[in-house]
Design a protein around this ligand. Sequence first.
Ligand SMILES: [Zn+2]
Length: 299
Amino acid sequence: MIKLQRQRTPAAVPGGLRGSYRRRKYRQLLLDHLRGTALDNSYWTSSSWAPAKKQLRRETGGKCAYCESPADAVAHCDVEHFRPKDKYWWLVYCYDNYLFACQICNEVYKVNHFPVHGPQLPAPKVVAPLTDADLDAFLTAHLPDPLQESPAFHLACAGELPGLVDPYAVDPEPLFRWRADGALKEVELLPRDNTARSQQIFQAVQDHYGINREQLRRWRWTLAYKHLKRYKKILDDAGSRRRTTACREALEGILDMMNPGEPYAGMVRYFACDAWDLFRRTATGFQPVQNPGAPSRRR
Ligand SMILES: [Zn+2]
């Protein structure tokens, strides 16, 4: 997993999930809630959030937001509600609750699991009659406008201490480390450290995203790690003489693999930056680490 950035422009957020369409959807939802119409799975229709798919897909670079598998090659992806709609009914049309996730992460593992270690967001109270002012007050109090940053909403969400990771809300990279197994030819995710929080989050993503399922461990090796390892070998063999074309191409190759749209970029970044110290994270991207053994440049 890597950090994702939500685009909040009218061109990015589908018309049906903002402005008057969003208002209309919520009016109907609240009226049905007041009537006591069952808000179970048969109530929801995916056509309501399907228009978000194209933009969410663009924001993840065509990968599952959880497992970073490429949607076209290994996993069919769809719009996923981070907070499940049966537990958070009022977030069903909330754009900030959507991400692009594969069917295996979403439908086999996550389903409607959503462990929290703090107080759960309270379900809003809806009272009749539902005037326009009531609807506006509801939307202002409980839902973020998809066209604006809404720090209060995200602070309230963070207060739940969710066990699972929303890559739009938190940077997942510092939470985990990775271990490659050369005999099995696979790469697994591990907690970053021994703190209770790190262990807790690791356990949740393992249980509810299936982040260490066998196929995924192997894909990581096949699609990314083995290529990364070849680049590293070129650099290791060169020692302090890294000014060759082969070394430059190896560094460029690794840089490409760390791009947000590349499969398993989070894992690649861990090995390249944290485990092997080949690159440094900077405010603007990644910089190759100067080889300490390289001869100094003399005029
Ligand atoms: Zn996935």
